[in-house]
Design a binder for this molecule. Structure first.
Ligand code: SF4
Ligand code: SF4
Length: 450
């Protein structure tokens, strides 16, 4: 067939379509330019959508035009391929496994990316009109308001929001598109604090902390100081994400790192639903690699703990029962051993808050948390003995307050001005998200608190 509908030369004549009717042509281009202008979606995102639609309707002129447009905007060929293939369902199984299934709130420019917007949900509506009691009021009833710290034992460090995964319930709103990373300078301030105080636990989190380019240096320096418990919260899949991470299990062993890894469930379906396709399989492989180094094995002294969090708007089950079930299933199905299971409640912030709002279940979830309020949990909530350090060195009462940008209530809440005495005297800042820590058996980064 030497004559086809599509002739690339015709595309060049597109700008002349107004020749025979300038008035209509002008209106068309005005509309066209407005559609593709920067707005809730960026011009770049719109270009990718247009390319995907072009493939869906199989229009060669549109495919040609939007491919050129995407290239001019600096969109990479891989992104163009992924966008088009997504729409057409043409991704291979391997591509589906490596493609993130979601994007961060920040990437999507969701209003919930702004902590002030999240606080509006937490402070207004059912709490603003008195339908449900505020956390402060509830604390007051048991004589626990204001909440004050005990001895400072743990520094929890968020070394950056970058992550290879985009889990649906992530309270950090982490993902590959987040670029906030802790500098070596800020890490040096943290090491100084460890050298000069009695804090004996360093808890590194992210994002995927291993993606910070200074991560290994930081771990090496902290281990030289002799921190009693050096925790790294690893999402496991990072170990297999790239060749440069394959030796992480050996690196962890060499520095006596205590590995804490979230594994939403012991079955493929539930884990992949929450964390993305293929995550379960990679997590299992990574756990086997850690076991090979001695992690989780009796008598090795190498601690491997797992973290469970519910898949939806409900409280976690009994931690001891879940741990027994995880141990049985992971050993029987994959020969995997680990030390303890931490069961953690989802707090109504960030992407989990979005999940609740989208399902119209925010009010019901808050009601569930409040119904389950247990004053016995107050002694063990993590803000009592922990200070959280943000990627830029800012100090917070906990990782959740960090995400809501509620800074520690001290005159200079920054690691470079670390003042243990001021921190000891501070009042912990609370809001309605705190109900997530005090429901049922309680919830902290070490699991239940009672
Ligand atoms: S692995 Fe952790 S930090 Fe990364 S997206 Fe999932 S929950 Fe968030
Ligand atoms: S959310 Fe933070 S401040 Fe609130 S109770 Fe939990 S640990 Fe404490």
């Amino acid at each position: 067939m030497d004559k086809t509908y599509y002739d690339p030369k015709d595309l060049k004549k597109f700008g002349n379509i107004s020749d025979w009717n300038p008035e209509l042509g002008e209106k068309f281009f005005e509309y066209y330019n407005a559609v593709f202008a920067e707005g809730k979606l960026s011009a770049r995102e719109k270009s990718l959508i247009a390319l995907a639609v072009s493939h869906a309707i199989q229009c060669p002129y549109c495919i040609d035009a939007y491919t050129t447009d995407a290239l001019q905007r600096g969109i990479e060929k891989g992104e163009m391929m992924a966008s088009s293939a997504c729409k057409l369902g043409l991704l291979t199984e391997k591509e589906k496994r490596i493609m993130p299934t979601a994007k961060s709130l920040h990437f999507r420019k969701s209003n919930l990316a702004d902590p002030a917007e999240q606080l509006k949900y937490l402070n207004n509506g059912i709490f603003g009109d008195g339908s449900l009691p505020t956390f402060q009021k509830t604390l007051g009833r048991t004589g626990d308001f204001p909440l004050r710290p005990t001895e400072l034992e743990i520094l929890q460090i968020n070394v950056g929001y970058m992550c290879n995964l985009v889990c649906s319930h992530c309270h950090v709103d982490a993902g590959p598109d987040r670029k906030e990373i802790m500098t070596r300078d800020t890490m040096a301030h943290i090491l100084d604090v460890l050298r000069t105080t009695t804090i004996d636990t360093l808890d590194l989190t992210g994002g995927a902390p291993e993606m910070n380019p200074h991560f290994r240096w930081f771990v090496e320096e902290a281990s030289k100081i002799g921190v009693r418990d050096l925790i790294v919260r690893s999402n496991l899949t990072i170990i297999l994400a790239n060749k440069k991470f394959h030796d992480l299990p050996q690196f962890f062993r060499q520095h006596g790192v205590h590995v804490v890894s979230s594994l939403p469930f012991y079955s493929r379906e539930r884990t992949d639903k929450q964390r993305g396709n293929g995550v379960f399989e990679k997590s299992i492989q990574a756990l086997q690699m850690l076991n090979e180094q001695g992690y989780g094995k009796p008598g090795s002294g190498l601690v491997l703990d797992l973290v469970y969090n519910p898949a939806g708007a409900f409280l976690p089950g009994d931690q001891a029962a879940l741990e027994a079930e995880y141990k049985r299933r992971l050993f029987e199905d994959f020969g995997i051993e680990f030390n303890a299971l931490f069961s953690i409640t989802n707090l109504p912030i960030s992407r989990f808050l979005e999940f609740l709002i989208a399902r119209d279940s925010f009010e019901d979830y808050m009601d569930t948390l409040i119904e389950a309020y247990n004053p016995a949990t107050i002694g063990g909530v993590m803000c009592r003995n922990t200070v959280s350090v943000g990627y830029d060195g800012t100090l917070y009462d906990c990782d959740f307050n960090q995400m809501l940008e509620l800074k520690a209530d001290v005159p200079r809440p920054h690691i470079s001005d670390f003042d243990a005495e001021a921190l000891r005297k501070r009042i912990i800042r609370t809001s309605q998200h705190c109900y997530g820590c005090t429901a049922g058996a309680g919830s902290s980064c070490q699991g239940t608190t009672t």
